[in-house]
Structures are given as C-alpha cells and as structure tokens.
Design a protein around this ligand. Sequence first.
Ligand SMILES: [Ca+2]
Ligand SMILES: [Cu+2]
Length: 363
Amino acid sequence: MAKATFYTIIISKSVGFVQSADVPSQVVGLPVVGFEPTIPKSTPAPKNAPVGMVWIPGGEFSMGANVACKGMCNLSDATQDALPIHRVLIDSFWMDATEVTNEQFEKFVKATGYITVAEQKPTQAEFPTASPEDLVAGSIVFTPTTGPVALNQLRWWSYVAGACWNHPTGPDSRIDMLGKQPVVHITYEDALAFAKWAGKRLPTEAEWEFASRGGVMGGIFAWGEELKPGGKFQANIYQGKFPIENEDTGEDGFKGIAPVAQYPPNAYGLYDVAGNVWEWCSDWYRPDSYAQSSEKGGVSSNPQGPSSSFDPDEPNTQKRVQRGGSFLCTDQYCTRYILGTRGKGEIRSSSNHIGFRCVISVP
Ligand SMILES: [Ca+2]
Ligand SMILES: [Cu+2]
C-alpha cells in the first residue's frame, strides 16, 4: 500500500502532462488568432559554429498551435494551452542539432562526478507521506500493459528502483550499445547542470518553438502538413495499439527510443524536434501563459515565460515546459509532436522518455 502511494506520488508528479483536463476554463473559448508569416532576422551565421550546433537566425513569428480540429488529434483540448497564437520576437542563437546523447552525458559525468536526481535516494522531506523503506533511488519507466487500459489512468508507468540515465530500464540494463541514443531519466536540474558544464543553457520555450518551425509559418508538422508524406514516417513516435505489450509495431523504424538523427532534419538542421524524447525548456509551465503574454498586446520580445508555475491539475507541483513529444506519442492518445504544442514536467521527476538539448546565446 505504502509503496503504491509513493509510486503514485512520483508517477503523478512526472507524467501529469498526459492528463486531459489540464486547462483552466478561462483559457477555453479565447479567440483563435491566425498565424502571420515568420520574419527571420538576416544576421548571417557567425563563422566557427560550435561543434554539433546549428544556427537559428531568430526573428518574429507566430507562436502557438491550433490543431485541435485537424483530425489526427483526438484530444479536443490538446492545444488549448498553446492558445492564443501570438507574435514573438527572438534573438539569434546556436542550438544543438540533436538531443544530448548518452555518450555526451557520460563525458559530463566522468568529468564532474555528477549524480543525477534519479540516482539519489528520495528524502522524507520531499515525500512526507511515503514510508521510509520505500524511499529508494529510481526513476519512472514505460511498462507496456498486458491488455487494453483506459487512457486516462497512466497504468503504463512504473517506478523502477535503480533506473537512471545509464541503467535506463533498471539496474541490469546498460547503455554500452546506446551511445547515440538521447540520454533519458533527466530532471530539469540535471539538464541545467549539464548545460552549465558545457558552457550552454536550456532554450526558452519560444526559442525552442521558433527553432522547431524552421522558418515556416504555422504548419502542423516540422516536415509539412502530412504525418506520413509518401507513406514514410518522419519522426520516432508510436504505432500500434497504445500502450500494450508487443503492440508497438515500430513502423517508423524504431520500437522504443531511436538513436538521434535517424530522420531528415528540419530546415534549420535540427533533428528529432518531434518525437523520440521530450526536451526540457527553461520556462515555468502555466496553461494560461500565452493568454497572459498576448493580453499585454504587441510583440513579445525574447519571452522567458511566467514568473512561477501553476498546473491546475496538480497545483502543488512545480513544472517546467517540455517540448517535442516522445517515442510514446500516438494519435490515439497524445499528439504533442505537432508543431507548437506544449508539454510539462515536474522539475524533480524523470522518466525514460525525457531528455533535452542545449543552446548558446550569441553575444
Ligand atoms: Ca517508433
Ligand atoms: Cu505525447
């Protein structure tokens, strides 16, 4: 019983973004203002691009998503927190072409001795209602179900003792052969620590979205308007009946996580801005943050997000934005691989579908 309670606490902290009722009523019904053309800055890319990074020109664009009625998204409120669409101006910056990989993260750990949150024993202070014997280091792992389940009950997540970045499905699993896969089981503070060590930072949500759009106005996917142009998937998501054991058909080439850069990049040279693993952004999450910024009117310049977090579903948690969706996204359930859609995660929680990539500002 106690164990279940503890797991439920942790699981609900981490995967709250999949709840369907995550929109306060005042956001629903706001007028949907359409997209206006993206106006990229003309600043040429400086010479000597940092290794593994691509130039994002910055500029003015329409931020948000309005795809609730496009057919492939079964959740009518999936994009309510990405409304209204509003104008944003951002500066140029460098961005990692790929999600941070296991081998890159390993270099960081070897250089610094860093210990991720998932490797630390949870404290009684953080989980006052958990019994002491349940306070074991671990992380949340996708565990397919043996049969169909209600898609609002999150039955496919288990808290696995010993799961962490270099033991992604539990203590016996290894990353020796997974060097090019994105690192997972990364909390917000883990991502920050890596970024600081690398002389980088995490992208703001606006930077991430500008980059993912590749200079194109509006649009549904980073590669165009069709999920499978020419019958070919363009991102690592989930096919087959979710979330049932042996049902992930891997029609897109991969069951589970894929190594980075297995699909064509977007127009800015970024790989996997849709699917594979969620990516942390630096903004606090609020479902009404776009409503707040558009209330101010005009063009929002280099927005850093709201000053604090609030998720009405889980009012006592602190959440930052996550973007891009993961290998578990599917049109049966969660379509946040669609451009402009938003995710969120509790800052001290991790799972095997959460990673990140970094950016560098241009002085
Ligand atoms: Ca897949
Ligand atoms: Cu998803």
